[in-house]
Design a protein around this ligand. Structure first.
Ligand SMILES: [Zn+2]
Length: 141
């Protein structure tokens, strides 16, 4: 994507020691989820301890970036000057993630055409060489 989804005045996301590997994968346009090293439960966003078994051992599982719109809302108020409205904030059910959902935006389609159950795929918005934001666009299937 070459066009910015949010205004340049919007601050970039902050990475910490736990989430940095997630952001590094994103910068390479790889969507990953955290996987517990003890019980293999997946989680997102990244956290230092497994909420299922309390293990602090974990790794990263790459997912396809395919999924579907679980639910969404259309936003009719701009976040800043130059923000195109309406835009869509959606909960995306990620395929192959162990049942995880992530909050993102649906792009590349009129906001009024977004629907629950719509098949989507990840598309990356490069904010800088070190920062890419995952958004989702409809797929043909
Ligand atoms: Zn666990």
């Amino acid at each position: 994507m070459s066009e910015r989804f949010f205004p340049d005045t919007m601050p970039p996301p902050m990475a910490d020691g736990t989430s940095l590997p997630w952001w590094e994968a994103a910068a390479e346009h790889r969507l990953v989820v955290q996987e517990c090293g003890a019980c293999q439960a997946t989680r997102l966003p990244p956290s230092p301890v497994c909420p299922d078994c309390r293990s602090d051992q974990f790794g990263w599982r790459e997912v396809s970036g395919q999924g579907e719109v679980y639910t969404f809302t259309r936003v009719h108020r701009p976040l800043g000057a130059g923000q195109a409205i309406p835009f869509v904030i959606a909960v995306i059910a990620l395929e192959g993630s162990g049942g995880l959902r992530m909050i993102s935006n649906v792009v590349g389609i009129d906001a009024d055409a977004v629907a629950i159950g719509m098949r989507v795929e990840v598309v990356w918005e490069d904010m800088s060489p070190d920062l890419a934001i995952p958004r989702f666009r409809p797929t043909d299937d």
